[in-house]
Design a protein around this ligand. Structure first.
Ligand SMILES: [Mn+2]
Length: 214
C-alpha cells in the first residue's frame, strides 16, 4: 500500500485519472487530496464524486471553504457558486454534507497536509481556516498574504514534520527539507502533481489543455 498526496485539481478530472495511472494507483492505496478539487476547470462534480465515493481523504481548500460560506451567506455568492450548485444535481445534499466534513489539515506521525500553509506563530491545532487555506506569503498579518515583497510562509516554519501544501500555482513545485508544494497549475495548462510518500518521489502529468487564462 502506498500513500499518494495530490495537488490542486480544480476540476481537471481527466488529468487526475492519468496521474493515478502513471502512479500505478491500486485499490487500497491511500489518496490524500490537498483541497481545491473544484472550480475553474471542467469537471468539478466528477472530481468531487470520485473523492467522496472512493472514500479518499481530502482537506479543505479555499474554494471548498468559499462554497460552504456562500451556502450559509448570500453576500458571498458569486457566479461560480451558482454554476457549481447547479451542476451538483441530484446528489447535491450528499455532496454538501460531505464537504462539511473536510478537515482543515491532516496530521500524521511524519507529515502534515494543509491547503495554503501554516500561519506563523500558531500551533497546528490553532490554525484558522481563512488563513491556512489562503496563505502564500507572510508580512506579519493576514491582510495581504500574496505579496512578493514578503517571504513565503514556509520561511517561518521550523517544524520537522514534512508539510505538504497546495494553493500556489504561480510558485509551482516546491521542495524543501520540511515542506513540499504540489500545486503545479494544471488548470492553467501546467501539470498535475502527486507525491509518493514512501518512495519520496514526485509524479506529474501535463494538462491536456489550458482551461483557464490568467
Ligand atoms: Mn487554493
Amino acid at each position: 500500500m502506498k500513500t499518494l498526496i495530490i495537488g490542486d485539481i480544480h476540476g481537471c478530472y481527466e488529468e487526475l485519472q492519468l496521474l493515478l495511472k502513471k502512479a500505478s494507483y491500486e485499490e487500497g492505496d491511500r489518496l490524500i487530496f490537498l483541497g481545491d478539487l473544484i472550480n475553474k476547470g471542467p469537471f468539478s462534480v466528477e472530481t468531487l464524486n470520485f473523492v467522496r465515493k472512493g472514500k479518499h481523504e481530502c482537506i479543505l481548500g479555499n474554494h471548498e471553504l468559499g462554497f460552504l460560506k456562500a451556502l450559509e451567506d448570500e453576500q458571498w455568492r458569486r457566479p461560480r457558486f451558482y454554476e457549481l450548485l447547479e451542476k451538483l444535481g441530484q446528489e447535491r445534499e450528499e455532496i454538501i454534507t460531505w464537504l462539511k466534513t473536510l478537515p482543515l489539515y491532516i496530521e500524521e506521525e511524519n507529515f502534515i497536509c494543509i491547503h495554503g500553509g501554516l500561519e506563523p506563530g500558531l500551533d497546528l491545532h490553532q490554525q484558522r481556516a481563512e488563513v491556512a487555506t489562503r496563505i502564500r506569503t507572510w508580512g506579519g498579518n493576514s491582510l495581504d498574504m500574496d505579496n512578493e515583497n514578503d517571504p513565503p510562509w514556509f520561511d517561518f516554519y521550523q517544524g520537522k514534520k514534512m508539510v505538504f501544501f497546495g494553493h500556489w500555482a504561480l510558485k509551482g513545485y516546491v521542495k524543501r527539507a520540511n515542506c513540499i508544494g504540489l500545486d503545479t497549475g494544471c488548470v492553467w495548462g501546467g501539470k498535475l502533481s502527486a507525491y509518493h510518500v514512501e518512495e519520496d518521489k514526485l509524479i506529474q502529468v501535463n494538462a491536456l489543455k489550458q482551461y483557464k487564462v490568467p
